[in-house]
Design a binder for this molecule. Sequence first.
Ligand code: HEM
Ligand code: CU
Length: 487
Amino acid sequence: MEYVIKPLAKKAVMWHLITTAIVILLMMVFGVMMLLNQGELISISPELFYKIMTAHGIGMIGIASLGGLAIMWYFLSKYLPLNPKVLVANFIMFLLGVVSVLIGIFGFNFSDGWTFLYPLPSQSAQFGGPAGALFFLSGILLLGVGFLVIYGYVAYHLTRVYGGLHKSLGWDYILGKKTGYGPPPAAVASTMVVICNSTAILAGAVVIIASILNILNPAIVIDPLLAKHLTYAFGHIFANCTIYMAVIAVYEGLSKATNRPWKSNKVFFIAWNFSTIFTLMIYTHHLLMDFAVPKWMLIVGQVFSYANGLPVMVVTAYGALLIVYRSGIKWKFWSLLFFLSMFGWLSGAIPAIIDATIVVNHIMHNTKWVPGHFHMYMGMGVITMIFGFMSYFNHQEGKVKENSWDLFSIVLYFTFFLGLCGSFLYAGRISVPRRWAEHLPEWVFSDQIGAFCGVLIICASLIFTIRFFMGIKSAGSQENSDLTKIA
Ligand code: HEM
Ligand SMILES: [Cu+2]
């Protein structure tokens, strides 16, 4: 059974997308500012650099999550009777959280990085005053609680409709109790995200609350290694899940573009089950340099990092090729972006796998190699899916006119995103440390190349965004949208 997506849901998704588009652009400008400073083309104080770095990191991860959530909600509304007021409530929480984070960073000089690794927040609170860390940490907490409410609500509906989360992950099909096709890919992916991200947010909430207590009363201390475990369980999984929400747009969008259904079979379910487990257990690859962590944990982190995204990535990339093959597809802006996002995701995984190898990690970990790989699958994977979805959304709910800017902007975006990531990976190869405001003379060339690429990425993103804004119709007042027609 399919439901009609409610007018309020369309409006709320639209607000999510508008916010997402604006924040992505702004954060990209921050990214370029960092590179210009590292490349010695402008000069900003180290204090400001680290504030911008903190804002860029949390801003990009937060907004990729918000955009991913909009995708997840939009498509899931076809299969579950979701009340859009819950989405609106999360949106309000998100905005409040963002305001608090911004006050913390730019009002009270919080600049410890988006990963707020204990005891940094309490140390900076000691010489800069506690307000910055307190605003920042409570902002993140607020954001997390908003997402947690959403996931709880979605879990409730998945359970009601499919009989349990194990069923929406297809266990009946894996165990052979049922044959044929099971719950739609949108439901499968959402189940995975609900499980992983709820765990992540709970871990994050514990360490954030502990950090806040520690700032308020320094007599309350946390074991730093435990804090690091909890922090990376949160940060790694939360960042990772952005892609598992956004990929729903690839399933639904390519299926629409080719007029072929994308169904869940046994292999699809097995892949998603493996990725669920792996995503939960591999955050220890962030602790490979911590000698006090038991060796077996590090080995688990290493071995399963290899395997982490692979199952889902392979079934999705293979599925994307299959669904497009001989379908007579007429490429549109959004279907092309969905298709290319698979390539971006895959290509980002390769340097990630290299970095997750313990021996390599000891050399590469704190170099720009790391931002190199995650900019690849975030920028050319998740963000591409989100940009694609903005256009898809207009195609369904607003209007889209195709013209030659489409292909031009896509080529521009991918060429220079590859360039940006290439400049990061190259910097990693010549041992440029990450997170340094000032660079040695022999490093600045790679920063300048990166800044140049960044400016052109912004141009491409600006074209995407302007075209998205031009195509928005007051969503919700529409009578002719596809989803309404289903009814
Ligand atoms: C025009 C595009 C972009 C540019 C120019 C850019 C630039 C940068 C730079 C220069 C850094 C700091 C590197 C260092 O450690 O020295 C950075 C870090 C980071 N970027 Fe980007 N970026 C861009 C897009 C993105 C996107 C699309 C995402 C994710 C959706 C993202 C997420 C991050 C994160 C999470 C960090 C880590 C911050 C930290 O180390 O605390 N960036 N970026
Ligand atoms: Cu990780």
